[in-house]
Design a protein around this ligand. Structure first.
Ligand SMILES: C[S@@+](CC[C@H](N)C(=O)[O-])C[C@H]1O[C@@H](n2cnc3c(N)ncnc32)[C@H](O)[C@@H]1O
Length: 434
């Protein structure tokens, strides 16, 4: 009996030993984004029936509904999707239930992979799934589970490439079932608990901090007008207002183009070591543009606002450097980035909670220390005019950075007189080495 009965593979794909696990599927020549790689076939089985199949083919099928898999029944007929392995940074995804397509260009010799999060869904009919992942990609989550589809950044990254039943679950639509319709409400609290660590707590905006500030900043920062009047969830879905010179979200002055010389210096610092550079907060894309001018391998961007992230993703398709936009708060998206993996970080966000007010960078320091490789560089919008205040140094050292590894450059800037958030003619660009 021929395997052809169960699947059809693109003629420029071949089976060989996988770098991930067992057998894998490899491109014998370059295949462009959107190429149909594999048409998946098999028997329709329930999850319970699948659990009764020979052990070596229990992972050889693909889940196509809450309680259904498309699977071979014997190991002789295994192949197709069974020889396409999981990777947390995949090059393929689903188009409908039975098409596997390239979600980016695949180079000659490259192994085809998809993320199990795209098809694996928790079900009352099956035991919870949890498998240690050794894919080795920069984005490796360490574990694959049947709740990974609920991670917001993955939902954003793989939108359009999930199995349709999972896409329906994500969008809170009814899933197609062989039986009465079922409405699944993904619970946000539960989604959070499925992640590997809770969102971090922020230090309070305390009087010790306010005391350190120059007078003009003290006055500005103690002003009542600046209380936070929105939630992070509202920030995510708000419509950004872009003008030629600035960006406002929910009426807040998020970014202005007089910061360009400062952004250039921050980008130079973050990219000094090359390699993998993470930028948090895309805003007007000014620092992103400077980062792309450097010799780096990867540009990762985390952006909380959905519309700004969409703009960043569109821009990323024009970039020559491999660029990946992760949509969500850094507190969520950072969970996808392994420790000790980054060569540089540029952090430039905006306070979204009372605790972040005037010190949104402080809460990030311990995470920067964890994610940077030894020797990696952290820089960020400092909110300091010339040099680090005492409290600032304290927060950096508390996060693990050595006091000797804290340096900076004073950058000349020309904010317009009516700028609502900066009055000084200089601003500090931190150079913090792990
Ligand atoms: C000051 S702008 C960044 C400016 C950018 N460096 C540039 O050159 O245009 C801040 C950006 O951070 C985003 N942001 C705010 N809080 C965030 C968070 N917790 N996680 C991720 N992005 C966030 C905002 O939506 C906004 O787009």
């Amino acid at each position: 009996m021929s395997n052809e009965r169960y699947y059809k593979l693109h003629p420029d794909l071949a089976i060989g030993p996988s770098k991930f696990h067992g057998q894998g599927t490899f491109a014998t020549r370059r295949l462009g984004r959107g190429t149909l790689l594999l048409v998946i076939g098999g028997h329709i089985a329930t999850l319970k029936e699948e659990a009764g199949l020979p052990h070596n083919i229990q992972d050889a099928g693909v889940q196509v509904a809450s309680d259904l898999v498309l699977t071979p029944r014997t190991s002789e007929l295994a192949g197709g999707i069974g020889y396409v392995n999981h990777c947390c940074d995949p090059n393929a995804g689903f188009h409908g239930q039975i098409f596997l397509v390239a979600i980016r260009d695949i180079a000659q010799g490259e192994e085809v992979s998809f993320d199990y999060a795209m098809c694996l869904g928790d079900s009352p009919h099956a035991a919870p799934y949890r498998l240690e992942c050794h894919c080795g990609s920069t984005l490796c989550r360490g574990w694959i589970t049947d709740r990974d589809w609920a991670i917001p950044v993955l939902q954003a990254r793989y939108r359009g490439f999930f199995q349709p039943y999972l896409q329906a679950r994500i969008e809170q639509r009814s899933e197609l079932l062989l039986g009465p319709p079922q409405h699944v409400e993904p619970d946000l609290a539960e989604q959070r608990s499925s992640m590997s660590s809770p969102p971090p707590e922020y230090p309070k905006c305390d009087s010790e901090f306010i005391k350190q500030l120059p007078d003009w900043e003290k006055e500005y920062k103690q002003s009542n007008e600046l209380a936070i009047h929105y939630t992070p969830e509202q920030w995510k879905t708000a419509r950004p207002e872009f003008s030629e010179h600035d960006l406002r979200i929910l009426g807040e002055p998020v970014m202005e183009d007089w910061e360009e010389p400062y952004m250039r210096v921050l980008a130079d610092i973050a990219t000094e070591n090359g390699g993998v550079v993470l930028e948090i907060g895309y805003g007007m894309g000014i620092s992103a543009r400077f980062i792309q001018q450097a010799q780096i391998d990867w540009h990762l961007i985390i952006e909380a606002n959905q519309a700004v992230a969409r703009k960043a993703r569109k821009w990323a398709t024009t970039c020559s450097i491999a660029t990946l936009v992760l949509e969500g708060l850094w507190q969520e998206a950072l969970l996808l980035i392994p420790d000790d993996s980054l060569d540089g970080i540029l952090f430039d966000t905006y306070p979204l909670t009372e605790k972040e007010l005037y010190q949104n960078h402080f809460g990030f320091f311990p995470h920067a220390f964890a994610k940077l490789k030894k020797g990696g560089l952290l820089t960020y919008y400092s909110d300091e005019t010339r040099w680090f205040s005492e409290i600032h140094i304290k927060r950096l050292t508390m996060a693990g950075f050595s006091a000797h590894a804290i340096d900076g450059k004073t950058v000349a800037v020309s904010p317009p007189e009516d700028c609502e958030y900066w009055k000084s003619k200089t601003i500090l660009a931190p150079i913090i080495r792990k």
